[in-house]
Design a protein around this ligand. Sequence first.
Ligand code: NIG
Ligand code: FE
Length: 403
Amino acid sequence: MSNATDRRLWRDISVFDGLRTLPEPMAVITEGARVTLLTPMREFNEQLANSCIEMGHGGVMTPGLVDCHTHLVFGGSRAEEFEARLEGASYEEIAKRGGGILSTVRATREASEDTLLTLAKPRLEALIADGVTTVEIKSGYGLTVKDELKMLRVARRLGEILPVNVVTTLLGAHALPPEYKDNSDGYIDLVCQEMIPAAVAEGLTDAVDVFCEKIAFSVAQCERVFEAAQRHGLAIKAHAEQLSNLGGTAMAARHGALSADHIEYLDDTGIAAMREAGSVAVILPGAFHTLRETQQPPITALRKAGVPMAVATDANPGSSPLFMPTLMLNLACTLFRMTPQEALAGMTAHGASALGLKEQGRIYEGAVADLCVWNVEAPAELAYAVQPGRLRQRLLQGVVTHG
Ligand code: NIG
Ligand code: FE
């Protein structure tokens, strides 16, 4: 690892700044944890090079990738469910018969904190090797106060043992646990009155998420969870409009949600509510692909409305067992016709916004030096080809953690 006080220089590099590709080859200097110079190469003052470590030339620099929606901490495997779905069972049918999320809940409850950490570490290492510098990790496979806190503790520990910024989200309202069968309002009481306060008391969560869907929780129940979260000063977000249009997104937006995620079934009212609230649309092509969905998220309407679109892995054992962020760039383009620039902005600037982070996901003079340098010639190549091993260098707060 390098020293964070070093001054580093990249020359003749193509820079995607989080929102767009800068029009000409650039020189970039970082000093300590910050980007201190971002200038066209033809205007670069050679004298500055004297005090810098030369980091190379050519290639593409992007902000470190921000994977703003993952479920990386879990026990067990869902390969059998994968096979059942290939034989024709739907995600909803499997959930209704106690499989799906609940099968991961059983395995996660059985696993100790240390076991969950050991299982999650290589998953997160895979994201890091593909350029991630900031990752959001949700709970949601514990569904008791004890087991949800256990998951969040693992998420926090991952951020301590690996070179990555971790943002945690409490997703207690992910599925109805068997103990509360026929008493879903009682479970929502538990989430609001015990789970959220306990997570806050231990400083374990940065936000609260819900799964608003027929197979999960109603709009009214999710609203109660948001109100409890907001009483504790927490940010909110929602899994909404993934399998049907219940209006969860519009409700979440009315409460000022950071994001609404999946949103395949989002309608114009929901889009207008998001625009009004400044919520980010988190597009999850991995789940769409894995579940062989056919309902496309309304990309054209979101673009037209100016709703920022993030792209994330949704890495999880059921609907998106895909641990490769740059694959998501490719899928966002091929499945949803997002442009490569939109997809990249979705995993940098807009991914950061979906987490309420102001400092990450952008490159400008003064920005935090969470950066990736890639062995490609143009930013679009990151979405065009699916090819591991293109990361040349990765910096976290100015410290070189790869290359
Ligand atoms: O984002 N939609 C709900 N939750 C997760 C899936 C979790 C699972 O299937 O284990 C998702 O797709
Ligand atoms: Fe999810």
